[in-house]
Write a protein that binds this ligand. Structure first.
Ligand SMILES: [Fe+2]
Length: 227
C-alpha cells in the first residue's frame, strides 16, 4: 500500500502553491521522504476570473518544467485542477480539460459560505453529464451543506489537517464511517513540511479505515493518466 495525495499545489508557476521549479522539487522531496508515492496536482482554476486558454498553457508549461526533473523514484503525478464551483459551470465548454489525468474525475471547490440551491442544481447537471465529482477539503464546510452535495452523488476529499486536530470534527468521522470520503489530501502550498507530516499523522489516526479509503482512492487513481 502507498500514499496518494489527492490535493496538492505543486506545479511551478501554475498557482500560488509553488513559485519556482526549485520549490516544486523541494515539495516532491518532502513528499517522497514521507512515503507519498502518488500526487494529484491541483492548481486553482477560477472560472469567473481565469481565461481557460491562459490557464491551460500555464499549467502545461509548469508540467514540462517539472517533468524533466522526475525520475523512477519520484512520486508519480497526475495533473488536474481545483475548480471553483460556479453557478452555470455545467455550461462551461472546456470543463473536460480540467479533469484529473484525462479521466472523468473533477475536483470541485465550492465558495466558502454560499450554498444556495443553484449550486446543487449545477452539480446535479454535471453528474448527469458524467463527471465523477469530488468535493475538495469537505472538512471546511458545514455538515448540512456537505450533506446536500452528498445527496447528489458527490464524493468527498478531506484535508489531512482535519484529522490532526485536538477537537475532532465529528462530521468528518461520520462521512468516513459512511464511506463517503474517497481521498485524503495535503493541500500543500509552499515547502512547509507540516502538510506531509499531517498526512502521515492522519493515516496513523485512521488505522484500518485508511486501508478502506486507500483502496477506493487507488481505484480512482487507476483511471488517471500520469506525467
Ligand atoms: Fe487547494
Amino acid at each position: 500500500m502507498g500514499v496518494i495525495d489527492f490535493h496538492a499545489h505543486i506545479l511551478p508557476g501554475a498557482d500560488h502553491g509553488s513559485h519556482s521549479v526549485n520549490t516544486s522539487l523541494v515539495q516532491l522531496d518532502i513528499a517522497k521522504k514521507h512515503g507519498i508515492d502518488r500526487i494529484v496536482a491541483t492548481p486553482h482554476f477560477y472560472p469567473h476570473k481565469h481565461d481557460i486558454e491562459v490557464f491551460l498553457q500555464r499549467r502545461a508549461l509548469a508540467v514540462s518544467r517539472i517533468a524533466e526533473h522526475l525520475n523512477e523514484s519520484s512520486p508519480k503525478i497526475a495533473v488536474g485542477s481545483e475548480v471553483m464551483l460556479c453557478i452555470g459551470l455545467e455550461r462551461f465548454s472546456r470543463l473536460d480539460e480540467l479533469t484529473i489525468g484525462n479521466s472523468n474525475t473533477l475536483l470541485i471547490e465550492p465558495p466558502p459560505n454560499d450554498f444556495s440551491e443553484e449550486y446543487i442544481s449545477t452539480v446535479a447537471v454535471l453528474k448527469e453529464q458524467g463527471y465523477n465529482l469530488i468535493l475538495a477539503h469537505a472538512d471546511r464546510y458545514s455538515a448540512a451543506s456537505v450533506e446536500r452535495f452528498l445527496s447528489e452523488g458527490v464524493k468527498l476529499q478531506i484535508n489531512a489537517s482535519a484529522l490532526c486536530t485536538l477537537v475532532k470534527n465529528r462530521a468528518v468521522y461520520d462521512w468516513i464511517r459512511r464511506g463517503q470520503v474517497v481521498a485524503l489530501g495535503s493541500d500543500i502550498h509552499g515547502s512547509n513540511k507540516r502538510a506531509y507530516r499531517e498526512l502521515n499523522m492522519a493515516i496513523r489516526h485512521l488505522g484500518t479505515e485508511y486501508e478502506r479509503i486507500f483502496k477506493v482512492t487507488e481505484g480512482i487513481w487507476n483511471s488517471f493518466k500520469t506525467i
